[in-house]
Design a protein around this ligand. Structure first.
Ligand SMILES: Nc1nc2c(ncn2[C@@H]2O[C@H](COP(=O)(O)OP(=O)(O)O)[C@@H](O)[C@H]2O)c(=O)[nH]1
Ligand SMILES: [Mg+2]
Length: 284
């Protein structure tokens, strides 16, 4: 993967007194938290997202720019924080690919991921970490359905998430309603148990959950607030995400029942079926 480290500043061992940060019990712990943020053309929101992350000496902020063509990188460089690591993909490789690049560079024992479009509240990071620190879960997902969602979630997103929820419940007896949420927290060591991702675009979120469930890790949802996107529109391509979720579920169904599989054969077959359906619906 073509990744370039643009610059890296090590975290300082002092708290920034400019903001009114309330010292928490994290202060005295030896935990290092890697906050990983995938960035793709979010010049209007990225600066504010980073600035709102609590100034905590235990945090390293890893931004993975995924071939943005706008001023996102310039905006990141304007920020005066000591604990920022900026990584860059030369070209757009996808949401999941950006997170995987971040995971590889993370030095923290806890990883938090959140979106760069300003929909998640960076102030809620510590809330997400709580169940992990108390060993109540291996993976925590921030859920808009349990918390406050300040906008109307599109019907196709609701239907998609409902289908993925039913699949995860049927296959692994775990309930994850907001399964496309990008706000998550886990201990870095769980990555050692997981297989490499097959889906590096938006399908990453579904595969990550299925892979965790397959490895019998406990997934817990907690309430978060979700704001509407203030700038631009969602990058989710409905056809692409539908295809990757369908592929992903088929592959994990076979993995769950320990059936020998050829993943590229499954991907190819599902693509052919979808193309055929499209042709039937749209005859020339
Ligand atoms: N690195 C990377 N991030 C992406 C890509 N597409 C979207 N994102 C980021 O992923 C997050 C979620 O994307 P978004 O379009 O807001 O999806 P939605 O919230 O589900 O509608 C945002 O912070 C985007 O900037 C991509 O191709 N690469
Ligand atoms: Mg969004």
């Amino acid at each position: 993967m073509n990744t370039q480290i643009l610059y890296k500043k090590r975290p300082k061992i002092e708290i920034d007194n400019r903001t009114q940060f309330q010292p928490s019990r994290l202060e005295s712990s030896d935990l290092l938290i890697s906050v990983i943020i995938p960035v793709y053309n979010e010049e209007n929101s990225i600066k504010q997202v980073i600035e709102r992350i609590p100034n905590h000496h235990n945090y390293e902020i890893i931004l993975v720019d995924d071939g943005s063509t706008d001023k996102s990188v310039l905006k990141i460089k304007e920020i005066e924080k000591d604990n920022i690591i900026l990584l860059q993909h030369q070209k757009n490789l996808g949401y999941g690919a950006a997170l995987i690049t971040g995971f590889k560079k993370a030095t923290g024992n806890i990883i938090v991921t959140l979106d760069s479009d300003g929909q998640h509240k960076p102030e809620e990071i510590e809330k997400l970490m709580e169940p992990i620190l108390q060993d109540k879960a291996d993976l925590v997902i921030g859920s808009r359905y349990l918390g406050n969602c300040h906008y109307k979630v599109p019907i196709h997103t609701r239907i998609g998430e409902y289908c993925v929820k039913i699949c995860i419940m049927t296959l692994f007896r775990q309930r994850v309603g907001n399964n496309q949420s990008g706000y998550r927290c886990f201990r870095k060591k769980i990555l050692n148990a997981l297989n490499d991702n097959l889906f590096v675009g938006m399908g990453f979120s579904t595969e990550f959950l299925l892979e965790c469930a397959l490895n019998q890790l406990k997934i817990l949802e907690i309430p978060i607030s979700l704001n509407p996107r203030e700038h631009g529109t969602s990058y989710v391509n409905l056809v692409e995400i539908f295809k990757s979720i369908l592929n992903c579920i088929a592959i994990y169904y076979l993995k769950r029942y320990k059936l020998k599989i050829n993943t590229s054969f499954i991907k190819h077959s599902i693509n052919c079926i979808l193309k055929l359906l499209y042709r039937i619906k749209n005859p020339r």
